[in-house]
Ligand binder design. Structure first.
Ligand SMILES: C[S@@+](CC[C@H](N)C(=O)[O-])C[C@H]1O[C@@H](n2cnc3c(N)ncnc32)[C@H](O)[C@@H]1O
Length: 209
């Protein structure tokens, strides 16, 4: 998978791609043959697209359309520009998680991607006007992602797959348990240490690979 360039962007107000972005792309790339041949995603949704590197790379790699969502309007602008410059089929909507889109995409998402704000912080930092809001995850780094979890069964199509970036402080096994209890198949498909962070990617799917 080609990593999109970002030289057209400045990172004062949007998240600069880092190890967490790359481990997510690596996980999807490694599952590429399965995703292409079995899942054949018609609709991919990336929540928290930031600079747009992940959705642009994935849309091109899997030759699919990706609906990107970000709570930060500047990130939406960046996502659209990155996609345009790379000829990726991406649209970006400025929204809090999937709130306004749920009725339109219910049970239609074949590939769901989220590199959430996962860093444990004070709750107030989630709504900060500074760059911290791009990575601040509140208590145990879970306050944003936890709001998405109950919506995942409603979003995914019958063959849908969800890739989620986590760090150790988020309690990945507890997150896995949330999805196992709902009947999903779960696998940690990537693990990597990056500085002080111990990153992993959890794959949650309706069908076995
Ligand atoms: C860790 S960054 C990931 C950016 C990009 N996907 C990447 O991997 O480089 C998290 C992104 O989620 C966005 N975000 C935070 N809370 C959100 C929410 N409630 N709904 C949608 N996007 C959100 C932030 O603005 C930020 O762009």
């Amino acid at each position: 998978m080609e990593t999109p360039f970002t030289s057209h962007l400045s990172f004062n107000h949007i998240y600069e791609p880092a190890e967490d972005s790359f481990i997510l792309m690596d996980a999807i790339e490694e599952d590429g043959p399965w995703l292409r041949d079995e899942i054949r995603p018609a609709l991919c949704v990336e929540i928290g697209s930031g600079s747009g590197v992940v959705c642009s790379a994935v849309a091109k790699f899997l030759k699919t359309f990706c609906l990107a969502i970000d709570i930060n309007p500047l990130a939406c602008r960046a996502t659209k520009e990155t996609a345009r410059r790379h000829g990726a089929s991406v649209e970006c909507v400025n929204a809090d998680l999937v709130t306004p889109l749920l009725p339109a995409i219910r049970n239609k998402v074949d590939l769901l991607i989220f590199n959430p704000p996962y860093v444990p912080t004070e709750t107030v930092e989630i709504a900060s006007s500074k760059i911290a809001h791009t990575w601040a995850g509140g208590l145990r780094g879970r306050q944003v992602m936890d709001r998405l979890f109950p919506l995942v069964p409603d979003l995914l199509s019958s063959k849908g797959v969800f890739y989620l970036v986590l760090v150790e402080e988020n309690k990945p096994l507890e997150v896995e348990e949330i999805f196992l209890r709902q009947g999903f198949k779960c696998k940690f498909v990537k693990r990597r240490a990056a500085g002080r962070e111990r990153l992993c990617v959890l794959r949650v799917s309706k069908i076995i690979m």
